[in-house]
Ligand binder design. Structure first.
Ligand SMILES: [Zn+2]
Ligand SMILES: [Zn+2]
Length: 297
């Protein structure tokens, strides 16, 4: 890998609704000698294996918030990653940074992994400590700063019942990647997304008739940013490349993609790319996007 490239792989771009095409949110950051997983949603280890990346390749995870679609894959990564074979092989604990409450996830993981851990320890496969989560609680600001890779947590607004939800600004050798994670329209995110090469933002939408007749859909949508709001975010930050992820176009009768893009375009005149699982983004002298199914891969 070219040493000054910030490489971002979108392992999962989905929401809680199970989909073979869009797994739970998970993003692999690779820069120099460093690799960090931002969120670990459903199926993250499957996506890693599709790319030929060993499950034990990552020993550091940063969680954005505690909706299940952002961390339900953590326990697969934690347990399967310890298996001493070429496809796994993490011979150390998993370091996990999270907002307030991360210690409960570490404590709970230690309890629920005990049966599997005991078997593998008795078989002399692993050291018990390999299956431990080492928790670090973070606040807004720098979460990770090693080997030139800096990851900065940005406090966002994911609704009144979620006081600690964060997006991330990732910096490496002058290259900048910003991921909103889950948020409503948020001025703090806008102010900290300046100068982004690539800015990935979530979006959610439903027809007015659906919102009126399905109050639970309205509850879900109210936690997120509308297409026109995301357009306003991009218009104020002007990234070199804008991308949409975590598309919550909720049933029944979901809003068509054309309608979403029309609403966004009313606010933003730049290029917008819709993220897919397993897209690799290389941010260096230029920005290149490689979809998973390209024949050269
Ligand atoms: Zn989510
Ligand atoms: Zn969420």
């Amino acid at each position: 890998m070219t040493t000054d490239v910030l490489k971002v792989t979108l392992l999962g771009t989905g929401i809680p609704n199970p989909s073979i095409h869009a797994f739970g949110t998970s993003t692999l950051i690779e820069a120099g000698d460093q690799r960090v997983l931002l969120d670990c949603g459903r199926g993250a280890v499957i996506r890693m294996s599709q790319l030929g990346i060993p499950v034990g390749y990552v020993d550091t995870v940063i969680l954005s918030h505690y909706h299940s679609d952002h961390y339900s894959g953590l326990f697969d990564l934690l347990m399967s990653g310890t298996i001493p074979q070429g496809w796994a092989g993490r011979g150390k604990p998993l370091t996990v940074y999270g907002p307030a409450g991360i210690e409960h996830i570490a404590e709970g993981a230690w309890i629920v992994t005990k049966p599997d851990r005991d078997i593998r320890v008795n078989d002399n496969e692993i050291d018990a400590e390999h299956m431990r989560i080492i928790p670090h609680q973070y606040e807004e600001g720098i979460v990770f700063d090693i080997g030139g890779l800096k990851i900065i947590a940005i406090l966002v607004d994911h609704g009144d019942n979620i006081p600690s939800a964060y997006g991330f600004r990732v910096e490496y050798k002058g290259h900048v990647f910003v991921h909103s994670h889950d948020t409503r329209y948020n001025e703090n995110l806008i102010s900290q997304a300046h100068g982004a090469d690539v800015f990935v933002h979530e979006v959610a939408a439903a027809r007015a008739s659906t919102l009126a007749s399905h109050p639970k859909v309205k509850v879900a949508i109210d936690h997120h940013a509308s297409p026109s709001e995301v357009g306003r975010v991009f218009a104020q930050t002007r990234p070199r490349l804008a991308m949409l992820t975590h598309l919550a176009l909720l049933p029944p009768d979901p809003l068509p993609m054309d309608d979403l893009l029309d609403q966004l375009a009313a606010e933003y005149d730049g290029t917008v790319l819709i993220a897919e699982d397993l897209m690799t983004i290389r941010i260096g002298r230029n920005i290149s996007i490689e979809p998973y199914r390209h024949p050269a891969r």
